[in-house]
Design a protein around this ligand. Structure first.
Ligand code: TXA
Ligand code: MG
Length: 328
């Protein structure tokens, strides 16, 4: 298992020597390496079992560094960067050759973010290179929101886990790109669409396309191993055996089901709280001795859109597999 601690000196040393450190961010934990170091980048792909065509996000300390790593900054991107960074927003920009092609899977664009976590910002300020950091989970699984999640799955493959507590937002950053200056959302996430549109006007949401531009858009991403069934919980109770199921609801328990089979994302109906709890709850449910996670969508506004997106993706893979099973 990896060492877990708050020692920035250790983290700096590991990163300077091409090693990997799991870092806390306000969204989810990242698996970080030197963004200018081929060896570190290739190691990240290997540890995550991530396909080489899935590009990484480059994490910066300050907007001033943009000119070093990107080629131009559309006006609307500048507004978002100035208003929302540090924060849960990733902006795809034209790549400067300073960023190695392996980091961006050969694309001529690079995804950039300044994370809003004090420990990681301090770490970045101590380094003379940016950090590439995908979420610190095996490819396709649920993103980690605390050091134990990282340790559970990647602990024996990485050098150090920087402990910054539980992630405040709990869901990955929103990804935006500019297609000839027109803003397109590639992944719904920790910055709400409403927030973005209040700053730069309307956007096109491409996050639910079938042909993914960003692999995070793939239908079966963010999946637990257990089968997630999404729909009206009360109706699904009549279809799936209650004794082999747990119920994941937004606000209220399902009437007539044991309390210990019920998991509530936010008793006060707060979507921020629900986002914060989503991934850690799914991880808990995935470890239970049950067959089905019966879940329902949350209100489709604010962070609710990103929560519903993750629930839909979590349910996608298992349905595919199960449909195949049912055919045999
Ligand atoms: O909140 C987050 O964004 C976290 C924390 C650690 O910062 N990171 C994260 O990284 O979620 P990852 O690698 O799990 O997801 C990054 C997504 C991938 O779906 C990738 O395809 C997309 O960003 N992406 C990266 N570079 C891109 C580019 N140049 N164009 C389009 N999509 C890109
Ligand atoms: Mg990820």
């Amino acid at each position: 298992m990896a060492d877990i601690g708050k020692n920035l000196g250790t983290a700096v040393k590991v990163l300077r020597n091409s090693g990997l450190v799991a870092i806390p961010t306000e969204t989810v934990y990242g698996l970080a390496g030197n963004a200018l170091d081929h060896k570190a980048i290739l190691h990240i792909f290997e540890v995550k079992n991530r396909p080489s065509f899935d590009p990484l996000i480059v994490h910066l300390h300050h907007m001033d560094q943009l000119s070093e790593y990107t080629l131009d900054l559309p006006e609307k991107a500048k507004i978002l960067a100035e208003k929302l960074w540090p924060g849960p927003l990733t902006i795809v920009l034209k790549k400067d050759p300073a960023i190695p092609d392996v980091a961006t899977s050969g694309l001529d664009s690079v995804a950039i973010r300044i994370p809003a976590h004090p420990l990681t910002l301090e770490l970045l300020s101590k380094l003379d290179f940016p950090l590439v950091a995908p979420s610190a989970n095996p490819f396709g699984y649920i993103s980690p929101t605390n050091p134990e999640h990282v340790n559970d799955q990647l602990g024996n493959k990485i050098d150090y886990i920087l402990d910054g507590g539980s992630s405040r937002i709990g869901i990955e950053s929103t990804i935006i790109t500019f297609n000839e200056d027109k803003p397109e959302i590639l992944r719904l996430g920790g910055t709400s669409l409403e927030k973005i549109e209040s700053l730069i006007g309307s956007t096109i949401v491409r996050a639910s396309q079938l042909n993914p531009i960003a692999p995070g858009m793939m239908e079966s991403h963010y999946s637990p191993d257990k089968r997630v069934v999404l729909g009206n919980v009360v109706e699904l109770m009549n279809i799936y055996p209650v004794e082999e199921s747990v119920f994941l609801r937004f606000k209220k328990p399902v009437p007539g089901v044991n309390k210990d089979q019920q998991f509530i994302l936010s008793e006060t109906g707060n979507l921020e709280e629900a986002a914060q709890n989503l991934f850690s709850t799914l991880r808990i449910l995935d470890k239970l001795d049950i067959k089905y996670i019966i879940a329902e969508q949350v209100p489709d506004t604010g962070l609710g859109k990103a929560i519903n997106d993750r629930l839909r993706r979590a349910s996608a893979k298992k349905n595919e597999i199960n449909n195949k099973d049912e055919n045999y």
